[in-house]
Design a protein around this ligand. Structure first.
Ligand code: AMP
Ligand code: MG
Length: 400
């Protein structure tokens, strides 16, 4: 039996390559990962410019103790440049985003001035007020997005602000997903007596795509050695990671292990955790293989713990694990010493602290415990039953 942490370390040790880079238009880079440092070739903003609609003036023109009347010599819209130098006694009507004219250092908002024809009466304000400085957002030469950054909407905006039309990002890792089991029926098809509908393939596809992968659906495989063997090899031929669910336990029809013993390079683990004890990890051909448990909650949890970090590493990310923080358990929880237990939790902020409770029955086949939850509650190996008021770890479900 190995610990969850040892299992994660062993998985990550096996992932030694990173998906190749490709150039992708910025508008299509959401969720992608930068393959190289993105450096700015320019200052952003490229010039000092006005932060408000108002009047650009050399502030030395306005006496500290009172107002002064100035000539309005021209109007400047964003996108234009004032070609001259502003002289003493002159003001330039300026719009938000227009470059500061030479000779001016301060912008007086239109709300504080009195405009009379070609003249404007301006009261004193602090020098350099309402001016956005060249390079105050980004300096030329700075690394703005280091390699391994996941591109969220704000990173796309920043990349575009540097004038970049495309980015060198990692290709999406290719994940092939299969379900195993004679009892597993395809949704939309009439279920035979004794069958259940496949949920794992769909949950795994969602998890894989949410983790940045490109998923290929390889359907349901019956519990037949030769067919499973052929289908796994076929799936591995065009994938970086092959995922199966079911068939890794100790039942008479749990064939995944037997098949993989023939393809070689496979580790079978009993992980000291609950749910999700049995999992098979290794390689088929050039693909990484994860044989996840059949029970739907265990299947999703083992993806979260072992597959996602591998996928993120393969996808070139710097961070391989999601956030984890402490919350107060508001009700007691049963817990066995010696294994890491994961409960489905509902995490709420009460106004002064984060509190968490379980979703109710925690059977590893109760998949609606995942839909009611917004986090996993993690109770460490050495702990026993948790009393109300004790602190536990929570791992919030990531967006989507
Ligand atoms: P196994 O490890 O194959 O014995 O499966 C463990 C449990 O998970 C059994 O109750 C299976 O029916 C169930 N199971 C296996 N695969 C799936 C699946 N794709 N969708 C939903 N339940 C499944
Ligand atoms: Mg099975």
């Amino acid at each position: 039996m190995i610990s969850v942490s040892d299992g994660q370390a062993r998985v990550l040790a096996q992932v030694t390559t990173v998906a190749p880079p490709e150039l992708v238009p910025v508008g299509r880079c959401l969720g992608r990962v930068t393959a190289e440092d993105v450096r700015s070739s320019m200052d952003v903003p490229p010039t000092d410019n006005s932060a408000v609609d108002g009047y650009a003036v050399g502030c030395g023109d306005i006496p500290a103790g009172g107002s002064r009347e100035l000539d309005v010599v021209a109007e400047l819209a964003a996108g234009s440049v004032f070609p001259d130098v502003l002289g003493p006694g002159q003001a330039l009507r300026i719009m938000t985003g227009a470059p500061m004219p030479a000779g001016a250092d301060t912008v007086y908002p239109q709300e504080i001035v009195i405009r009379e024809g070609r003249r404007v009466v301006i009261p004193p304000i602090a020098r350099a007020a309402n001016v956005r400085r060249r390079g105050e957002d980004v300096k030329a030469g700075a690394v703005v997005l280091p390699a391994g950054t996941v591109l969220r909407p704000q990173e796309l905006g920043v990349a575009a602000s540097l004038g970049l039309a495309q980015l060198m990002v990692r290709q999406r890792p290719r994940v092939a997903i299969l379900s195993t089991g004679d009892e597993v029926a395809e949704p939309g098809v009439e279920r035979k007596p004794g069958q259940i509908y496949d949920s794992n393939r769909f949950a795994l596809r969602g998890l894989a795509e949410a983790a940045g992968a490109q998923a290929a659906d390889h359907g349901v495989v019956p519990d037949l050695f030769d067919e499973l063997y052929a289908r796994l090899l076929a799936a591995a031929a065009s994938a970086d990671i092959v995922l199966t669910s079911g068939g890794v336990s100790v039942g008479d029809y749990d064939l995944v292990k037997a098949v993989l013993q023939e393809t070689g390079g496979i580790d079978f683990w009993q992980v000291a955790m609950q749910p999700g004890r049995p999992i098979a990890v290794g390689r088929i051909g050039t693909a990484h293989f994860f044989g996840l448990p059949g029970n739907p909650v265990a299947c999703m949890l083992t993806f979260h713990l072992f597959v996602r970090p591998a996928l993120w590493k393969l996808g070139g990310r710097r961070e391989l694990f999601g956030p984890r923080f402490h919350a107060v358990a508001v009700a007691p929880m049963r817990k066995k010493v010696g294994r890491r237990e994961f409960k489905r939790g509902i995490l709420t902020y009460t106004g002064e602290r984060w509190e968490v409770r379980t979703t109710g029955p925690q059977g590893s086949g109760i998949l609606t415990s995942m839909t009611c939850a917004n986090c996993f509650i993690l109770v460490e190996e050495e702990r026993g039953d948790v009393a109300a008021g004790e602190t536990v770890w929570v791992e919030p479900f990531t967006a989507l």
